[in-house]
Design a binder for this molecule. Structure first.
Ligand SMILES: N[C@@H](CCC(=O)N[C@@H](CS)C(=O)NCC(=O)O)C(=O)O
Length: 220
């Protein structure tokens, strides 16, 4: 097994995707946290996009982009969290990409500073959740009974939604209630629970409180 180091930011949902995969696949790893508001020079030197996650393999090889990192981690260990059938695998990749869009829409909703933008992003977010609901309603995990890379990619969204609904009264999950059993299954899974630091929720709420985002006014 190569030596694996994950470069992270404590609040980043894309990094969580890779931590979930590392934990699911029982891969030993070190994690290094950086401050994205003050990126270290060594990080800028190795990261082509300036974004986390970055995976360092045996100290010198670099991978970036969470979906790519996760496929690599999946391929160096077994059993695979991707389906064998090429069409189903391609579909899973498409839903992982859909999940990236969902994360970005959720983020725009969270940081909106004007009511019109907040409403616009809320509507977009709900529309995406309804599309996802049509795909997964009634299933334990995205692929049916077994946890896959799609679940690893989408679980961080459900952590955000759960905190937003409980602490910010956003009432988003009510708009796509068919997602609730799947969300609960993911959020109680050890890999998902352990993908963040213990004080994640406090850090998340404090960052929101210190921002100009309209949602800060909803903090309960
Ligand atoms: N498509 C990328 C997105 C990663 C991403 O957006 N990371 C954010 C933090 S959650 C970041 O590093 N932002 C820093 C910046 O944009 O300067 C992935 O899937 O890895």
């Amino acid at each position: 097994m190569p030596n694996i180091e994950l470069i992270s930011f404590k609040l980043c949902p894309f990094v969580q995707r890779s931590v979930i995969t590392l934990l699911e696949k029982d891969i030993p790893f070190d994690i290094t946290y950086i401050d994205l508001d003050d990126k270290p020079d060594w990080f800028l030197a190795i990261s082509p996009t300036g974004k986390v996650p970055v995976l360092k393999i045996n100290q010198d090889k670099i991978l970036f982009e969470s979906a790519v990192i996760n496929e690599y981690l999946d391929e160096i260990t077994s059993p695979s969290l991707h389906p064998d059938d090429p069409f189903t695998k391609a579909q899973h990749r498409a839903w992982i990409e859909f999940g990236s869009g969902l994360l970005m829409t959720s983020y725009r909703f969270m940081v909106a500073t004007e009511q019109a933008k907040l409403d616009e992003h809320r509507e977009q977010l709900i529309n995406l959740l309804i599309k996802l609901e049509q795909e997964v309603s009634g299933k334990t995990f995205f692929n049916g009974k077994s946890f896959s890379l799609v679940d690893a990619a989408l679980a961080p969204i459900f952590r955000w939604l759960e905190i937003m609904d409980r602490r910010l009264n956003t009432q988003l999950m009510l708009k796509a209630p068919g997602l609730i059993p799947w969300s609960n299954n993911m959020l109680r899974r050890p890999s998902v629970k352990n993908a963040v630091v213990d004080d994640f929720e406090t850090l998340y709420i404090d960052r929101l409180r210190d921002s100009d985002a309209l949602l800060r006014l909803n903090i309960q």
